[in-house]
Design a protein around this ligand. Structure first.
Ligand SMILES: Nc1ncnc2c1ncn2[C@@H]1O[C@H](COP(=O)(O)OP(=O)(O)OP(=O)(O)O)[C@@H](O)[C@H]1O
Ligand SMILES: O=C(O)C1=C[C@@H](O)[C@@H](O)[C@H](O)C1
Ligand SMILES: [Mg+2]
Length: 194
């Protein structure tokens, strides 16, 4: 699947894996930043399990995110998201991709910070919009002007995502390149501490 990560940079993978230790690697960031896609690649190359909190919520509730929002509202969704993440983060190492709003909720953010090494996948509006406008599975973007809504979310959320341990720019390049940048950031952060 991700031969590039495995064959071209085994040293980088190993350094990142050692730096992670038994901690979870938790990806945070806005819808479309690539948390799910990049998280899957990272888990594969680090040889640790991958979990996506949105998928886990859908699995335990047996409902889609869209239906959960419609039936119970955002507050209930956030409460469920917090409980699911608290449980997921008890065991490591894993790669955990969070839903876009998880790190924004104060309580859930505390669980996430306690449970692992956090990486913010940061992207600009054009990259995000290009990716999210293809599907209509994101309830928060069902507005008259979803691109403007996304920009508003960037303005309110970016200062909070910035609390993550590491930030990696998610650009319009192949997913493997972004995954590799995450591994490099993790390895470099461990180098700084020694
Ligand atoms: N570097 C990339 N190059 C091309 N496509 C990408 C890249 N990263 C992500 N994508 C694609 O963009 C879309 C959104 O990515 P993804 O679902 O991983 O975002 P997300 O951060 O998990 O969003 P959400 O918070 O809504 O779950 C997907 O179709 C994914 O395959
Ligand atoms: O940014 C958000 O608040 C969300 C992002 C998605 O991952 C889902 O968790 C849901 O659509 C809410
Ligand atoms: Mg996702």
């Amino acid at each position: 699947m991700n031969g590039l990560l495995e064959t071209a940079h085994p040293d980088l993978v190993q350094r990142a894996r050692i730096a992670l230790g038994s901690r979870n690697l938790v990806l945070v960031g806005l819808m479309g930043a690539g948390k799910s896609a990049i998280g899957r690649l990272l888990a594969h190359s680090l040889s640790v399990p991958f979990i996506d909190s949105d998928h886990e919520i859908e699995r335990v509730s047996r409902m889609s995110i869209t239906d959960l929002f419609a039936a119970y509202g955002e507050d209930e969704f956030r409460a469920l998201e917090g409980r699911v993440l608290k449980r997921l983060l008890k065991t490591g190492p894993r790669v955990v991709s969070t839903g876009g709003g998880a790190f924004i909720n104060e309580r859930t953010r505390r669980h996430i910070k306690r449970g692992g090494l956090t990486v913010w996948l940061k992207a600009d509006i054009d990259v995000l919009w290009e990716r999210v406008n293809k599907r209509d599975t994101r309830p928060l973007l069902k507005t008259e002007n979803p691109r403007q809504t996304l920009e508003n979310l960037m303005n309110t959320r970016y200062p909070i995502y910035a609390e993550a341990d590491l930030t990696v720019q998610s650009r319009d390049v192949r997913k493997e390149i972004i995954a590799e940048a995450v591994l490099a950031a993790i390895a470099a952060s461990a180098d700084k501490q020694t």
